[in-house]
Design a protein. Structure first.
Length: 365
């Protein structure tokens, strides 16, 4: 073998090693975790109240800490205002500030505020909610004190582990309560959404995720209009779509791109995450985890899955406060009534997923 051949082999080896190192350096991953409606009905507020007048929520998420800790980005739908006293549940929510403190403590990275309850306390409630989120340095999207604030802060860009994630958030409505100028609530308006997606694409994100408050309450399957809207947004450049509002779980699907290796996750409804609702299917919800992986300069969906949680309440458990349980919790921790109610919830949601969701698996932790 002559010297020229050796040089060529050396160059090929160097190129191979360089490409291998490049792939290793760029094959970083990011795990995102989305949860559904974070609610505060009156029974929850009453249970959290302590004798000294403060509110304690430390029991809520104790069984979920390990899963929260695995997430690089934890996102939830804040379906209450933080409008101050008097604290009230449905139909015009104003949650204790301690509820938000607990969400911050357990690791929520982003909260979404565009939903049908965001104006429950009018202008004061919207603005106080924004101020409190800002005071705790919790990034948020969906509602703004004025258009200028929206133009500065939306779309929401979050940078985590070198990934640039843009979050969009819109609601179908505000329960008929008009927005008081100069406040701004992101509504589902296609022209506005189109403009926002174009602006988001200019931010050079690794992923654009649209979080939609849409659909029909208590319906277990999405309407055609939600399916069509999701596809329309993806066609404009959105990578994934996460839905909420129906208060029950709805199916998931992964849409493949016919021209590229891109895959797009669509979650039609995460259901309730924590609430005091009682109709079948509303006493629990779904966490959806998606892993993004960057390979050779491209960020793609590499994995996704869902995990169910169920909310136990004092009238069932005999305990002082509410607790969220993963469905695989040790059954010895539950009493007979809790087991019956959890079994009813798990049967309903697993049957739905078996029928309607293909290629995406339930996971446990």
């Amino acid at each position: 073998m002559n010297a020229l051949s050796l040089i060529r082999i050396g160059l090929l080896m160097a190129c191979w090693l360089s490409a291998t190192l490049f792939r290793a350096q760029t094959a970083d991953s990011l795990r995102l975790l989305f949860v559904g409606d974070l609610m505060q009905h009156q029974a929850q507020i009453d249970a959290a109240r302590r004798p000294d007048g403060t509110y304690d929520y430390t029991s809520y998420f104790r069984w979920l800490h390990s899963e929260f800790d695995r997430a690089d980005l934890l996102v939830g739908n804040l379906e209450v205002t933080l409008g101050g006293k008097p604290y009230r549940g449905y139909p015009a929510f104003s949650a204790p500030d301690e509820f938000l403190y607990e969400l911050k403590r357990v690791g929520f990275d982003v909260l979404l505020t565009a939903n049908n309850h965001c104006l429950d306390r009018g202008r004061k409630g919207l603005e106080r909610t924004v101020r409190l989120l800002d005071s705790l340095e919790i990034p948020h999207a969906g509602t703004y004190r004025d258009v200028e604030e929206r133009s500065r802060r939306y779309p929401l860009l979050v940078e985590v582990k070198g990934f640039r994630i843009v979050l969009l958030n819109y609601t179908y409505g505000t329960n008929g309560i008009p927005v008081t100028p100069p406040n701004f609530v992101n509504g589902i308006d296609r022209e506005q959404i189109r403009e926002d997606i174009l602006k988001a694409r200019c931010m050079k994100p690794d992923a654009i995720i649209a979080c939609m408050h849409w659909g029909i309450e208590y319906q277990s399957v999405p309407r055609r209009q939600e399916q069509e809207l999701a596809r329309w947004m993806i066609g404009l450049g959105v990578d994934h779509v996460i839905g909420s509002h129906p208060h029950v779980v709805q199916p998931l699907e992964v849409l493949a791109d016919s021209l590229t290796p891109e895959r797009h996750l669509v979650v039609y409804s995460l259901g309730n995450f924590v609430s005091n609702m009682n109709p079948t299917g509303t006493d629990g919800g779904m966490m959806v985890a998606l892993t993004l992986r960057r390979v050779e300069g491209k960020t793609r969906l590499s994995d996704c899955g869902y995990s169910f949680v169920w909310t136990s309440r004092p009238v069932l458990s005999g305990k002082d406060n509410y607790e969220l349980y993963p469905l695989n919790i040790d059954a010895n921790r539950l009493n007979t009534r809790e087991k019956e109610r959890m079994s009813r919830f798990s049967g309903k949601v697993r049957s739905l997923m078996h029928r309607e969701t293909k290629g995406i698996k339930e996971y446990f932790f």
